[in-house]
Structures are given as structure tokens and as C-alpha cells.
Design a protein around this ligand. Structure first.
Ligand code: CLR
Length: 378
């Protein structure tokens, strides 16, 4: 029966939530959802999914040549998908509605240097509230690898599912010896949120995403769910083509949340083992803009099922934000971003995007100011 995963007392509000989604497209964050579907985690934490297998991120620097580096980047990218798109189901029971970050919200963390892989640091800032846009910077300085990107979503409703188009892109830079560098433009897949009818949403990926190297190597990744190819969920097929060619040199296929193989049957990715969550300072040590401190009372309310506390605390944060925006208007000032500079067109996106006819042909970006906090190191 419908809404079988929804608590009896919330069936009515789940139905009206679904109706409001169906009547609506754009920014889901503004819709009021019933308590059972709320997550206590803010979207500013999500960029950490990029590095929960730090050894695969570090391994990009150890590849021998251009071809191997493109393979290593693809292996790392595919291995992040399980965390990015299924971890709320594992941790919270289903996909849930994350906390909608406030302008200026921050999230800092790191993965320690063990087994010679170097320390990796993470700096995240909410750079826009309406629409929500999150910018991030991830760096393994000892390996010379950085990832810079930003993320926004455009949502619509189709055939009973929420369709999420990801806006934004990421650029991975590998600094090589002798001052040379290689860059990779990473575009993002489309999401479909299924299972809404039953009240147990989950993400499936669809369509195609790309990883274009400045050396010319290109990964084209196609995503399919149930009812395609083998009938299983979370399938992908990736082909890697050499500079200036349309003929695949490598083909990889499998399940992005489990394992995949190359065309000869050799293992390519395997994410069945444990991942490593980012290390974050305790709430007491965080400043007032850091996500877990800012949302602590709301998050506690959600975790403990005390939704009165959660909504009262959420209103406080929202009122504070409204007051800040009013004060800025009155003073004729503008909120300053802390860690990123906005550029309305990313030259690297245009240059590398041209090679695979990226849509759209140009995108904006947030450039890291190299002014993150000093994170502890081992
Ligand atoms: C954010 C960027 C990450 C990948 C990612 C994974 C899950 C996405 C999330 C992004 C954006 C917000 C999202 C979420 C799944 C559900 C949630 C689309 C793209 C929406 C806002 C919540 C809908 C409410 C239902 C659960 C009912 O790298």
C-alpha cells in the first residue's frame, strides 16, 4: 500500500508534501517536509563524500603517465558514488531532506596522513542561500592534488519521481614535478529520486557525465538503473578515449555501489569495504558559522524526535538570517564570501568543455582564496 514507510500520524503531511513537489519545480529546500523525512545533516557536509577513500585520491599522484592518471581519476570518481548517493539510506534508513545551509555556513575537516598517503584537507562554504550553492576545496598538499568545485540543484517532478539536475562542476588539478600540471574537468550525473510513493526515497543516477583531462583523455560515464542492461540498480559503463580519438581504449562496467571490472574481467573498483569519514573538530571547538555548531540544537531535536525543539531552533536561525539581510540592505553592504571568489565564467570549463561539447558551454565558478583554517596534522 502507498506510504507504507510513513508513520501513520504523518501520512497526511507526506501526501501534501508530495503534492507540493508535483506542483513545483526549482528549489526543493524551501518546501516544508514532514518530520520523519528530515535529516540532521546540512548540505555543506556533502562535499566530504569526494574524499572518503583518501588512498584513491592520493593514488592519482602516483600514476606513471597521462593515460594512467586518467584511469586513476576515473577509479577515484566512481568509488565516491556510493557515499555520495546511497549513504543516507545506509545511515538514516532512506534518502532524507538535508538541512538547508545558511549563507556563510562553513564546514572544515581533514583525513589524517596514514600509510604515506599524505593529509587531505576540506574547506566548504555556503556561497548562496537562494538558490542554495555550496563551494568546496579539497587538497592533499603532499601529493600535489586539489579538487575545487561548486554544487547547486534544479529539481522537477516527473512520473512520480523527483528529477535533480546538478548545476556546477569540479576541477581536479594534479601538480606534477618540474612545475607542470594536469587538470580534469568533472561534470555531474543527473539524479532521480524514486520510492517517494512509499515514503522511502532513494537516489538512482541517469544519463551521462564526463571527466575531461587537459591531456585530451576523456572518460564518458553512462548511468542506468533497474530495467536496463542487467536489470540491476546503480549500473554504470565508462569508456576512456585517447586524445583526439573516438575509439575506446578502456571500458569499465559494473555497479557503482559494489564492484566493477574492465573489459577483460580484471577488477576496477570495489567499494564493498569500509570508507573513512572526515575528521571534524568537536562542536565546542567550532566557530559559530561551522555547520555542526550552527545546527546543533536543530539536529538534536531531529535526532531525538523532538520536532518542537527542532522547528523552534530552526526559526531562530532563519530569523537571524533575515535580520542580517535587512541590515545589509539598510547599510548598503553586501555579504562577503570568506574562502571563495566568484567568477562568472570559468575559463577551464570553457576550454576543456569544448572538447566534449559540454552543455552548457560556459559555467561560473568559485575560486578558492587559499585562506583556509590551519587544520590539525598528525
Ligand atoms: C549534493 C551534492 C553531492 C551529491 C548529492 C547527493 C544527494 C542529493 C544532494 C547532492 C542534493 C540534495 C538532494 C540530495 C538527495 C535528496 C536531496 C537532491 C546532489 C533533496 C533536496 C531532498 C528531497 C526530499 C526528499 C528526500 C523527499 O555531491
Amino acid at each position: 500500500i502507498w506510504a507504507s514507510a510513513v508513520p501513520a500520524s504523518q501520512k497526511g503531511s507526506w501526501a501534501s508534501f508530495l503534492k507540493s513537489i508535483a506542483a513545483f519545480s526549482g528549489d526543493l529546500s524551501s518546501l516544508t517536509a514532514p518530520p520523519f523525512i528530515l535529516s540532521p545533516i546540512s548540505l555543506t557536509e556533502f562535499p566530504a563524500y569526494w574524499c572518503e577513500r583518501p588512498e584513491l585520491f592520493a593514488a592519482i599522484a602516483d600514476a606513471k603517465n597521462e593515460e594512467d592518471r586518467s584511469i586513476a581519476v576515473l577509479r577515484w570518481f566512481i568509488s565516491t558514488l556510493k557515499g555520495q548517493y546511497t549513504s543516507r539510506n545506509e545511515k538514516l534508513g532512506s534518502e532524507k531532506k538535508p538541512l538547508n545551509p545558511v549563507l556563510g555556513e562553513l564546514f572544515y575537516g581533514y583525513w589524517p596522513d596514514i600509510k604515506g598517503r599524505g593529509q587531505t584537507n576540506l574547506v566548504v562554504e555556503q556561497v548562496s542561500h537562494h538558490p542554495p550553492i555550496t563551494a568546496y576545496w579539497i587538497e592533499n598538499a603532499s601529493k600535489g592534488i586539489t579538487l575545487q568545485g561548486h554544487n547547486a540543484q534544479k529539481t522537477s517532478f516527473s512520473g512520480g519521481s523527483i528529477i535533480v539536475k546538478q548545476i556546477g562542476h569540479a576541477v581536479l588539478t594534479v601538480n606534477l614535478p618540474e612545475g607542470k600540471k594536469e587538470q580534469f574537468l568533472i561534470t555531474l550525473p543527473r539524479l532521480r529520486i524514486d520510492g517517494l510513493w512509499y515514503g522511502s526515497p532513494y537516489v538512482e543516477l541517469s544519463e551521462t557525465s564526463y571527466i575531461q583531462s587537459s591531456t585530451g583523455w576523456l572518460s564518458t560515464i553512462e548511468y542506468k538503473g533497474k530495467g536496463y542492461f542487467s536489470g540491476k540498480s546503480h549500473q554504470f559503463k565508462a569508456v576512456l578515449t585517447p586524445p583526439g580519438s573516438n575509439n575506446a581504449k578502456h571500458t569499465y562496467e559494473g555497479l557503482w555501489h559494489e564492484k566493477s571490472k574492465d573489459s577483460r574481467g580484471a577488477p576496477f573498483t570495489d567499494v564493498t569495504g569500509p570508507k573513512e569519514e572526515v575528521t571534524v573538530a568537536s562542536v565546542e571547538q567550532q566557530n559559530e558559522w561551522e555547520s555542526r555548531r550552527l545546527w546543533q540544537h536543530v539536529a538534536r531535536g531531529i535526532r531525538e524526535g523532538d520536532f518542537e525543539v527542532a522547528s523552534r531552533e530552526k526559526s531562530k536561525i532563519e530569523n537571524d538570517q533575515r535580520q542580517r539581510r535587512r541590515d545589509e540592505v539598510a547599510a548598503g553592504t553586501k555579504w562577503e564570501l570568506k574562502h571563495f571568489d566568484y567568477i562568472d565564467s570559468d575559463p577551464l570549463y570553457e576550454e576543456l568543455g569544448r572538447l566534449f561539447k559540454a552543455v552548457p558551454p560556459t559555467e561560473d565558478a568559485y575560486v578558492y582564496k587559499q585562506n583556509g583554517p590551519t587544520l590539525p596534522s598528525a
